[in-house]
Ligand binder design. Structure first.
Ligand code: ATP
Ligand code: MG
Length: 562
């Protein structure tokens, strides 16, 4: 944990209250939680909420949290996702102990439990097609119908299940179902499928298994086998809790974890389901899982987010039971607060126009000194070369400035930050385009550092970069990915139709002060007056340093059109 983190001062959320109570009453002597991602995609900011909760509880109550890969669907899962998930959880600052766990480690035990259920008359092999299983299940208003295979003998069930395991049947021809109650008001209890046949190689178990256990059956037993005390999951599993309990109760397992549900995180102007994120990646709407516009952990990292900012965000949003969409500004505020403290200040001109200091000697380099952080002297200083030819932002010059405009224009004197005071002399315009091509100024050689020896007041201060010593940089500005606050609101409209076509803008003329060349991939800086930027950690391009804009200096979301 770092100094930048918000201290815990809010009351315990309902989950922590339950856990604290369970420890107080002696129901449990220690706490074990788990974070159970399916390795079928990269983790996103929603997972971070679950990670911070599960690992956070483990840390706070002196217990532990397992990282468990819920790898029961080999057709969608990959080792590459396992590696990406481990990297992200570790980067967020959490520790899962010696090694991660895998649901696939328990396949043999789960199989034995299934045999046990069959022997108890609590599970049967069903040969209805997937479509028929669905039809027989009924609806919320109509009870289901019993499968004609429901009353098979135990021996026949054992025989068929063994054959399913041996690979004697084709995919989809047989399933193992729990025998519960086809008239239960809870559809999950109407003889749910426990095992299906999948003639697909698994990324860890290879060709060993031809049958794979379903999530609901696997999850509770994996929790139990790991001695989990509190199984924390999102609200969509609430209706699955009776099944979670049924499996453990029926098998009379020695340990019975308690499932507790909390609300998922949703954010405005983005989507967070892995299925939808995958669609964005596969459809090339973004440049991969770690595209800096994606709210994946790897995208956020590449964008310049810090683990502390993400953890703080998760703290602030808290844990509750009502679904909502959190304003993106809340997340941005956290990274702004964090980077405000830790990012060194630098100057970079994004949209340059040339300034020539007429009375400055041709080859002179005046080295001026800039503070790396206005409030933190420990972050030191750097030298910035001031030369005859400079760049300033195009927007920092106006041909006919209004009274309120404090920057450069005819008749104006401004301070070049850390440099000198300069007085407007003249400017040159391209006849055809009307674009200003050069601004001529004179400087006050006595004003090094930015203050006039005679104490005259100069109100405007602008940033600048030496045109001869500066380094060319490429900058990517990012905006919201979607044009609608809730791109998923209308179930009949494809969320992709709300993609923001201007979510990434590349600036290829930017020039930064020379010391930007010393930055390493992933390092963050504040470009004064512009925002926080991070050196891209992936893109090796044209010799220019590539920066991703992490966030603007102020909350632009709240003021933009909604
Ligand atoms: P997705 O819908 O994005 O595919 P998932 O729930 O299928 O998510 P899992 O890999 O199963 O993804 O998620 C692992 C854990 O993370 C689960 O316990 C799940 O409840 C939690 N989780 C996933 N998305 C969110 C979210 N948006 N907010 C909070 N927790 C989440
Ligand atoms: Mg899932």
């Amino acid at each position: 944990m770092t100094n930048n983190e918000t201290p815990e001062k809010r009351p315990l959320d309902f989950i922590r209250q339950i856990i604290a109570e369970d420890l107080k009453t002696g129901k449990h002597s220690g706490v074990v939680t788990r974070f159970p991602p399916e390795p079928n995609g990269f983790l996103h900011i929603g997972h971070a909420k679950s990670i911070c909760l599960n690992f956070g509880v483990g840390e706070e109550f002196n217990g532990r949290c397992n990282l468990r890969f819920d790898d029961t669907n080999p057709s969608k899962e990959e080792e590459a996702y396992v590696e990406a998930i481990e990297k992200d959880v570790a980067w967020l600052g959490f520790n899962w102990g010696e090694k991660p766990h895998y649901a696939s480690n328990y396949f043999a035990q789960l199989y034995d439990f299934a045999i046990e259920l069959i022997k108890m008359g609590k599970a049967y092999v069903c040969q209805l097609s997937a479509g028929d299983v669905r039809t027989y299940r009924g609806t919320l208003t109509e009870p289901g119908k019993e499968s004609p295979y429901r009353s098979r003998s135990i021996d026949e069930n054992i025989d068929l299940f063994t054959k399913m395991k041996a690979g004697e049947f084709a995919d989809g021809t047989h399933v193992l179902r729990a025998k519960i109650d086809m008239s239960s008001p809870n559809l999950n209890m109407r003889d749910p499928v426990l095992y299906r046949i999948l003639n697909v190689a698994h990324h860890r178990t290879g060709d060993t298994w031809k049958i794979y256990p379903m999530y609901d059956y696997t999850h509770c037993l994996s929790d139990m086998l790991e001695g989990v005390t509190h199984s924390l999951c999102t609200l969509e599993f609430e209706d699955h809790r009776p099944l979670y309990n049924w499996v453990l109760d029926t098998l009379q397992t020695p340990c019975h974890p308690r499932q507790i549900e909390f609300s998922r995180l949703n954010l405005t102007y983005t989507v967070l389901s892995k299925r939808k994120l995958l669609k964005m990646v596969e459809g090339k709407h973004v440049e991969g899982w770690d595209d800096p516009r994606m709210l994946t952990i790897s995208g956020l990292r590449r964008r310049g987010y810090t683990p502390a900012a993400i953890r703080n965000f998760c703290k602030i949003i808290g844990i509750g039971k009502s679904d909502s969409r959190i304003d993106m500004g809340v997340l941005e505020n956290e990274i702004r607060n964090d980077l405000n403290e830790r990012a060194p200040r630098r100057m970079c001109v994004l949209d340059p126009v040339k300034v020539i200091i007429d009375n400055f000697p041709e080859d002179l380099i005046e080295n001026v000194t800039g503070k790396n952080h206005p409030q933190n002297p420990e972050m030191g200083e750097r030298t910035i070369p001031f030369t005859k030819e400079l760049y300033i932002e195009r927007a920092d010059f106006m041909e006919e400035p209004s009274r309120k405009y404090r920057r450069l224009g005819p008749g104006r004197e401004v301070r070049l930050r850390y440099g000198f005071l300069v007085q407007y002399a003249s400017h040159v315009k391209d006849e055809k385009s009307g674009e200003i091509t050069e601004i001529h100024c004179t400087y006050d050689p006595e004003s090094k550092g930015g203050s006039a020896p005679d104490g005259r007041k100069v109100k405007g201060t602008i940033h600048w970069v030496s045109a001869t010593a500066g380094v060319p940089v490429e900058i990517k500005l990012y905006d919201r990915l979607f044009t609608e606050a809730d791109p998923e609101a209308d179930k009949d409209t494809d969320f992709l139709s709300f993609l923001n076509k201007d979510s990434m803008i590349t600036l290829d003329k930017a020039v930064g002060e020379p010391c930007l060349a010393d930055l390493h991939p992933g390092e963050s800086v504040q470009f004064e007056r512009q925002g926080y930027f991070c050196v891209d950690s992936k893109d090796v391009n044209t010799g220019k340093i590539l920066f991703n804009r992490t966030v603007t200096l102020r909350d632009s979301w709240s003021t933009k059109s909604k």
